[in-house]
Design a protein around this ligand. Structure first.
Ligand code: URA
Ligand code: CA
Length: 432
């Protein structure tokens, strides 16, 4: 191990055997934390090339169980978002794409900090089970073309252990390590093809477009290296996506969007990502064709119907897709008055995510309980006109004291005298 650390420290390229030796040894516990820490720091400074990243990814995939989706007919396309605020896309995309005939066997995660998670959102549907057996998962996807569940089995234990170590050794922010970490989880979950939504801006992990591009390119290169078709879309997270931030509130927004009445940005992003998924799944040859298929399943109600069927199949009440009032509701709704007249010039998505977290919509630590009913519904987005005292947003809370969230919202939704343009929603697409 000392030789491997030294070679990476000196900027040399490691072999598959060396990288696998490290991942296997660290997972088993034969390589201690202090050597792993030094190695991670060497990677942080020296980086890895696409081949090394591919080896690291596959070594992490092979460190644990892999979901076998071979019993599902067709190309299994997974989607991953690097995380954002009010990012409701999975709840919309999964039924949309499945309604177009591409099987969606999706494992999703929970929210942490200012970002939300699909599993929490789904749990705001009463009775909905996110834990089903692998057999049921496969059978539901064969039957409905759609299932969204929590991670089962012991997937990528090497990534779990390494991520925890990176967290305390200041080595999280390495593009090579992030890219391998994300890709290993998608591959272990059984994806044949992967569509990545790499977010950039205030609310994202990658704050600059330059870093987002590097991460996207690294993940696409790994996909190519390990033989999985991979595409990345770089999308905006300078302001929250859509209007709703909070679990049940976002489920309602997803239903609105599946009915064709969703916010413009959320709808557009779903059409862009959905088109990529349909093309990756081999069901359309061009973006235009894919987009019209998606628009058709919104128009004819089949995507919404399928969402209802998935809910019923996983134990929830399918009626919510026609009557979102059945979702949990917060006891109080309070306005967030604009402190000035003018135009919204900036909305710091991360701080708005924190305002929702403080209401109970998210977790500060993994162990925190969340309140599924609460959150924020924005009335304004960047570029909109607002008058002093007019609500910028509504707070949905089960507590009467919302001062800290109110203050964060008033501080981080910036009002200026000059109108600014809406931010670009889609910056770039990278395909392998
Ligand atoms: N998300 C991941 O899954 N892994 C990382 O390393 C960083 C963000
Ligand atoms: Ca939203």
């Amino acid at each position: 191990m000392v030789d491997i650390i030294e070679r990476k420290r000196n900027g040399e390229v490691l072999s598959k055997e060396e990288i696998t030796f490290f991942v296997t040894g660290y997972t088993k516990g034969t390589i201690p934390d202090y050597q792993a820490s030094a190695f991670l720091m060497a990677i942080y400074f020296s980086g890895m090339n696409a081949e090394e990243q591919g080896y690291l990814t596959m070594a992490m995939v092979e460190s644990g169980d892999q979901i076998d989706l071979s019993a599902i007919e067709g190309i299994k396309v997974d989607k991953h978002s690097t995380g954002g605020v009010g990012d409701t896309t999975t709840l919309i995309l999964a039924p949309l794409v499945a309604a177009c005939g591409v099987p969606v066997a999706k494992m999703s995660g929970r929210g942490l900090g200012h970002t939300g998670g699909t599993l929490d959102k789904l749990e705001s549907i009463e009775g909905f089970h996110i834990e089903i057996s692998e057999e049921q998962f496969v059978s539901q996807v064969n039957h409905l073309k759609l299932a969204v569940i929590g991670q089962s089995g012991n997937l990528t234990p090497a990534d779990k252990k390494l991520y925890a170590l990176r967290d305390v050794t200041a080595t999280v922010e390495s593009i090579s390590l992030i890219a391998s970490s994300i890709m290993s989880k998608k591959i272990a979950a059984g994806a044949d093809a992967i569509v990545l939504d790499v977010k950039t801006g205030e609310g994202a992990f990658m704050k600059t477009l330059e870093d987002a591009e590097k991460l996207a390119a690294a993940m696409v290169a790994i996909g190519k290296q390990v033989g999985r078709q991979t595409m990345a879309v770089i999308s905006d997270m300078s302001q929250p996506l859509g209007y709703a931030i909070g679990n049940a509130l976002e489920v309602k927004e997803a239903i609105d969007t599946l009915q064709g009445n969703g916010p413009d940005d959320l709808t557009e992003l779903c059409l862009v990502l959905g088109s990529k998924m349909i093309m990756a799944g081999g069901k359309a040859a061009t973006t235009e064709e894919a987009k019209s298929m998606l628009e058709a399943v919104i128009e004819n109600g089949s995507a919404l119907k399928l969402f209802g069927e998935m809910i019923a199949s996983q134990g929830g009440n399918r009626e919510i897709v026609h009557n979102p009032d059945l979702l949990p509701k917060a006891a109080y709704q309070m306005e967030v008055p604009s402190p000035a007249s003018g135009y919204v010039t900036k909305m710091e998505a991360d701080e708005i995510g924190v305002a929702a977290m403080l209401l109970g919509a998210g977790r500060a630590t993994k162990e925190d309980e969340i309140d599924l009913a609460v959150g924020i519904v924005l009335n304004k987005k960047i570029g909109d006109r607002v008058e002093k005292g007019e609500p910028l947003a509504m707070i949905h809370s089960n507590r009467t004291d919302v001062a800290s969230s109110l203050e964060l919202l008033q501080k981080h939704i910036h009002i200026g005298s000059e109108k600014v343009d809406k931010p670009t929603l889609i910056y770039k697409t990278i395909i392998n």
